[in-house]
Design a protein around this ligand. Structure first.
Ligand code: FRU
Length: 470
């Protein structure tokens, strides 16, 4: 069968469906990564929490399912929705949304070994009575927890009863079971921009270099690639009032590609902020399900985040370099046209191309069959375009699902495109993480070649590292 294998270094379910990353955290000398999971089907269904652990973000071990939809009182109908994890007073807690008919409540489960979780008898820990007046219990979900000054804080999203908008709410606790309301963090009620959509799903918040970064995955946005997007705003969380004071009004999309939603972050023991997202999007069947791979959906390769002049930069975690096996580098003068580079053939590799921008188009085609059918990524006039129309068979006929565009720094002297490829996916990092675009692809066996192309004479440095994960 053509192309129905596992990714080399991206997390999927062992079987079935996955969506959002959950509980991304460090506990007991390991990275824990959970995910929304329906182990029984390649479609969304009552949610479990799948679980993998590892030490380097590349190699993962499947653990048993951490949470199942088994409590008729609060989570057995739609299951254990998204949430996060934290170590508190020596124990490891999962904080998640229990979802039953028209009722979403916040629940906890606790472990002292990192693999067996016991749901708290007193669940839910946040219910209708804990909501401020305007909020609805029907859409109250996706708690993100963190510790500050001995207290645990929770950021959770709640839709308003009327008007289709939502608010992010703050709660805090000293013991994980009793939570107090701490105010409205952020609201999209009056947003002049359409960028904040309706329900703001999967919020996350963290500090980078003294600035707080708020991440949100709003549903039904306008002006973004996908119907649902993932965006960030920078500012400062006021722990006294609960309000997020924005340093700038700009709401920026985190990743401009076709397959990126519901990112969540963790902090590594060495202080890095690392983010993973669902490598798919709602309203489109994940590519591996369409291919009949036996599983549906994957998570992005984790990225290190930094902030510079209020802009979030993202780059693959450096641990991937430990799996580089063979480097190839060449400096090429391309006199316009297309050049085949045999050494860059392959589907599991890291490719970088660097060039001085010309007045025309310069780019790369990977997953190419040699007949012009490939995943094309090219720079032209300060933007980078990704076009996967020739490498997704006839799965997504809509043009809006096949192309994506992102910015380059306005003062960029050199353009650098980094492609992290893994069989069915390509994560593109532009100018050292200034922009990112994630896409999934469905190449045929013959679509394995790499070309560079340009309208004009251009000097290009290409480099390739093969990635081998045994
Ligand atoms: C985001 C989301 C969350 C919810 C989960 C359910 O993709 O809709 O809001 O908790 O998926 O699987």
């Amino acid at each position: 069968m053509e192309n129905r294998t596992r990714y080399a270094f991206h997390v999927t379910g062992q079987t079935g469906w996955i969506n959002d990353p959950n509980g991304f955290s460090w506990y007991g000398d390991k990275i824990h990564l959970f995910f929304q999971h329906n182990p029984y089907k390649n479609t969304w269904g009552p949610m479990h929490w799948g679980h993998v652990t590892g030490t380097d973000f590349v190699k993962w071990t499947y653990e048993k399912i951490a949470l199942s939809p088994d409590r008729p009182r609060y989570d057995s109908i739609f299951g254990a929705f998204s949430g996060s994890a934290i170590e508190f007073q020596g124990k490891y807690y999962l904080v998640y949304t229990g979802c039953n008919l028209r009722r979403q409540t916040q629940c906890i489960a606790v472990s002292d070994n990192g693999v067996d979780f016991t749901k708290y008898d007193g669940n839910p820990v946040l219910d209708k009575k804990d909501l401020p007046k305007k909020s609805s219990i029907a859409n109250f979900r996706d708690p993100k927890v963190w510790e500050k000054g001995g207290k645990v804080y929770m950021l959770v999203s709640a839709k308003n009863k009327y008007g289709g908008r939502s608010r992010l709410l703050l709660y805090h606790t000293n013991n994980m079971t009793e939570w107090s309301y701490g105010g409205v963090v952020f609201s999209n009620q009056k947003a002049k921009t359409a960028a904040l959509g309706h329900m703001m799903e999967c919020p996350d918040i963290f500090t980078l270099g003294g600035t707080d970064v708020l991440i949100i995955s709003p549903q039904k946005v306008k002006g973004h690639k996908n119907r649902d997007a993932s965006v960030y705003v920078t500012g400062k969380l006021n722990y006294g009032t609960g309000g997020f004071e924005c340093a700038e009004k700009n709401v920026r999309e985190i990743d401009n590609g076709t397959d990126f939603y519901a990112p969540q972050t963790m902090q590594t023991p060495d202080g890095r902020r690392v983010m993973a997202a669902w490598m798919a999007t709602w309203n489109r069947v994940p590519i591996n399900a369409l291919l009949g791979c036996g599983y549906a959906g994957a998570l992005t390769f984790p990225r290190e985040l930094t902030l510079s002049d209020g802009r979030l930069f993202q780059n693959p975690v450096r641990e991937i370099e430990r799996y580089y096996t063979e480097r190839y580098e060449e400096k090429i003068t391309l006199l316009g046209g297309t050049r085949y580079i045999e050494e860059l053939s392959g589907k599991v590799q890291n490719i970088t191309i660097e060039f001085l921008p010309t007045g025309g188009k310069t780019g790369i085609s990977v997953f190419d069959d040699g007949k012009g059918n490939g995943l094309k990524i090219y720079y032209e006039n300060r933007t980078v375009t990704l076009d996967r129309s020739k490498v997704i068979r006839d799965f997504y006929p809509s043009p809006s699902a096949t192309t994506a565009v992102c910015d380059t720094p306005s003062d960029a002297k050199k353009i650098k495109l980094r492609l992290l490829m893994d069989k069915y996916s390509c994560e593109v990092f532009v100018c050292d993480g200034y922009s990112a675009m994630t896409t999934t692809v469905a190449p045929l066996d013959a679509q394995i070649k790499t070309y560079i192309f340009s309208d004009e004479e251009v000097f290009v440095t290409v480099a390739r590292d093969r990635i081998e994960v045994k």
